[in-house]
Write a protein that binds this ligand. Structure first.
Ligand code: ATP
Ligand code: MG
Length: 280
């Protein structure tokens, strides 16, 4: 089970001193995607720290040659995919392949890399080497909604497993972790190899990244196995669920619903919450 995360004695009431970065990556979705805060945060209640510090922590946490497991949770438009993009950039030098399943929006590609509809397409036509002998190592599986073709989450997990078992470090990334779980209750994996990947791949150098709008949309074991979890804005009820299930400090139940776009708290396994809000 996950450790208790406590923040007793953490400093509060400090001045927000890190200037906001201009928003990159274009317009966000409709306004209702990112609902107004349900609880007003006292101005300057917490300083916002550069997200690069959190990224460095996430990437450097596993021992050398081990992989890591990171979960992003937050409401729509809170910044999960934005963080995932930066995290994948950081993992580039460590992973031979980065396999992303990003099939939410048929029109919008959120991740850089070679795009494939299915794993079978990738296996039939892997990226060719360019004139400098390099090949694209970031692979984005998207299905083809126009042709009614889906890319099953299980296929991507099996592909990743095949590589890590052969000693090749792979990052398996689900932009919507619920694709791998029972859509209604989230109580079991519909992609059973995800369970294997979560529990076995780390020591073989496999990285796992999964994002979800709610902690209830996938089996709880993913939260328990995660070395790091970034929590973005959540509505009060969803924040309360996380705080209860992970035994977090009660302050987070009131703080999480007040986070702004891109702001997150970082939970590190076996460590107290550092009392900080981060933003990339
Ligand atoms: N730290 C940030 N700095 C600048 N812009 C950001 C930051 N975080 C998020 N954004 C912008 O906010 C918008 C929503 O972010 P993002 O797509 O990552 O949300 P999401 O949590 O993945 O939402 P969904 O659950 O709907 O996929 C995007 O336009 C993104 O570029
Ligand atoms: Mg997203």
């Amino acid at each position: 089970m996950r450790r208790p995360v406590r923040a007793a004695g953490k400093p509060v009431g400090q001045v927000r001193e890190v200037p906001r970065e201009p928003r990159a990556g274009g317009a966000r979705g409709p306004a209702e995607d990112f609902p107004p805060a349900t609880t007003a945060r006292a101005p300057n209640a917490h300083r916002t720290h550069p997200g690069s510090i959190a990224l460095a922590r996430i990437v450097s946490l596993p021992r050398r040659r081990d992989g890591g497991r990171h979960i992003n949770i937050g409401c729509s438009g809170s910044g999960k995919s934005y963080l995932a993009r930066h995290l994948l950039d950081e993992l580039g030098p460590r992973c031979k392949w980065i396999f992303t399943l990003d099939d939410k929006d048929a029109r919008e590609t959120k991740y850089a890399g070679a795009q494939y509809a299915t794993v079978a397409d990738f296996e039939a036509h892997p990226p060719a080497k360019d004139e400098r002998g390099r090949r694209e190592r970031r692979i984005v599986f998207r299905g083809d909604k126009y042709a009614g073709v889906e890319c099953p989450a299980e296929d991507v997990a099996q592909l990743a497993r095949k590589f890590v078992q052969a000693g090749v470090p792979v990052c398996l990334h689900y932009d919507e972790l619920k694709r791998a779980a029972d859509g209604k209750s989230g109580m079991h994996w519909t992609a059973p190899t995800v369970k294997w990947y979560l529990t076995e791949a780390r020591s073989l150098g496999g990285w796992f990244i999964g994002s979800s709008q709610s902690g209830k949309m996938f089996p709880e074991e993913a939260l328990n196995e995660a070395g790091t979890t970034s929590v973005f804005r959540q509505k009060r009820k969803a924040a309360r669920y996380l705080v209860d299930v992970l035994d977090l400090d009660d302050e987070l139940a009131t703080l999480i619903p007040t986070l702004s776009e891109g702001e997150f708290v970082l939970l590190v396994d076996e460590e107290d919450w550092d009392g900080r809000i981060y933003k990339l």
